[in-house]
Design a protein. Structure first.
Length: 211
């Protein structure tokens, strides 16, 4: 259906000889890959909902497995739920802290962008296997990002450039402080679930604790 009805989105990606589409269990698929064999892992997952299919893919054990599969210099990025001032503590800050636990000697950056279909500021987290002094957040200010985009023939993107990058990685003070104070770490044994209704979002932790 995507091939037929939304060719303007996939732009021929399904027919690129470099593409291999696997429909199946993402965790099992990654586990079967050799260690240090993947440059980039992008996790665009459902939120960690109780009874949902993806909560285990937001835990230290999953992130540690991903880290082992990443090649030197590789990176992982995951969607991390709503990151608005009001809602960032539900899953955005715990995911950020969980990634820091799985990538202890490296760097993890949170960033946000407005997703119109969600009517919200949405959060993402990025982790580098080998930071080597790289400051991802500063790449837009220093002009490094625009230079790389131009070098790769991507300087005419409709949305993303160095200034946009700087805005995305410039978390407001409330969200920054919540990230700094966050002490929850998501594990398979002690998962964190986000249960949503039309009017509010509630986070449930194992053992019945509710926030």
């Amino acid at each position: 259906m995507c091939r037929e009805h939304t060719p303007f989105y996939h732009a021929g990606a399904y027919d690129d000889p470099r593409a291999k589409l696997i429909i199946g269990d993402a965790k099992a698929g990654l586990e079967s890959c050799p260690d240090a064999s993947i440059d980039v892992i992008i996790c665009d997952l459902s939120d960690p909902l109780d009874g949902g299919p993806c909560y285990q893919l937001y835990t230290t054990s999953f992130y540690e497995m991903c880290r082992a599969k990443l090649a030197p210099g590789g990176l992982l990025v995951t969607q991390s739920g709503c990151a608005s001032v009001r809602d960032c503590h539900h899953v955005f800050t715990p995911i950020h802290n969980t990634l820091k636990a799985a990538f202890p000697e490296n760097k993890v950056w949170g960033y946000t962008t407005c997703v119109p279909s969600f009517c919200s500021e949405w959060g993402f987290n990025l982790a580098l296997k080998d930071a080597d002094g790289t400051d991802v957040a500063a790449m837009g200010v220093a002009g490094e990002l625009d230079r790389r985009l131009k070098q790769r023939g991507l300087s005419e993107l409709s949305y993303y450039d160095g200034i946009t990058h700087t805005r995305m990685f410039s978390l407001n003070r409330t969200v920054r402080e919540r990230c700094e104070k966050e002490d929850r770490v998501m594990t398979v044994e002690n998962p964190l679930f986000m249960c949503t209704t039309e009017t509010h979002a509630t986070v449930f932790e194992a053992g019945g604790k509710k926030e």
